[in-house]
Design a protein around this ligand. Structure first.
Ligand code: CA
Length: 230
């Protein structure tokens, strides 16, 4: 089970976060200072950290920079400061995502699940599980590349994430919403255009068109499906 650490000094918010994370099946501990968080990060194997920026002992961004020097654990910053400069400073300091308070536990869950999926270490499953073969399309999840009929596809990070997510559910229709939560950081600002543009780039790289799809099918008004060609 993944280990989560909540760093939050407000007892009520901390309790709510712990409850939400445990509800996701995460083994969750909580601390209220940056010092305790750094200690915890050095002492235990963490899979995710939810970090408040307004901590009593250290500025959260400073804490994050220090945390980054000892660990590359995925960090989601939970902040009451929704202003752009706080967000940009957090991201520059190494946050993987951020969420502006107040937020719902459902929203937090979507962000955390997306982060955990992306950061899942390759070493926890067999090599064979890391390769998905659909017809001539081969997606190597651990090496993060894909080939079509043996030819390497030149995919951006997002295009690869998109392809990998769809490839893990071959033949299933995946909604735009689900793709957005899984592949994009900002689940709250869902934008169908963003997904459509990326899927059209991906489709071009797969050498097909929306009118004559082989692997990547658009399900109008719903989402996408990746499937082995007939
Ligand atoms: Ca605080």
């Amino acid at each position: 089970m993944p280990n989560a650490l909540v760093v939050e000094d407000d007892p009520a918010v901390q309790a709510a976060l712990v409850q939400a994370l445990r509800g996701l099946g995460l083994v969750t501990q909580a601390v209220s200072t940056a010092a305790a968080a750094l200690q915890e990060a050095a002492a235990s194997e963490l899979d995710i950290v939810v970090l408040d920026l307004g901590l009593p002992d250290l500025d959260g961004v400073v804490a994050l920079t220090m945390l980054r020097s000892v660990s590359n654990v995925p960090v989601i910053v939970a902040t009451a400061r929704g202003d752009e400069s706080s967000v940009v400073r957090s991201l520059n300091a190494g946050a993987d995502d951020y969420i502006v308070k107040p937020f719902s536990s459902k929203h937090l869950a979507a962000r955390i699940n997306a982060l955990l999926r992306r950061s899942k270490p390759a070493s926890t499953h067999d090599e064979a599980d890391d390769i998905i073969q659909l017809g001539d399309l081969r997606v190597d999840l651990s090496r993060r590349h894909a080939t079509l009929a043996g030819v390497m596809l030149d995919l951006s990070r997002r295009e690869f994430d998109l392809l990998a997510y769809l490839a893990k559910k071959p033949g299933h229709v995946v909604s735009r919403r689900e793709l957005f939560d899984a592949v994009w950081d900002h689940a709250s600002t869902s934008d169908d255009r963003t997904i459509d543009v990326h899927t059209s780039w991906l489709r071009r790289k797969l050498g097909e068109t929306a009118a004559a799809p082989r692997y990547l099918h658009t399900i109008r008004g719903v989402g996408y499906r990746l499937t082995e060609p007939e």
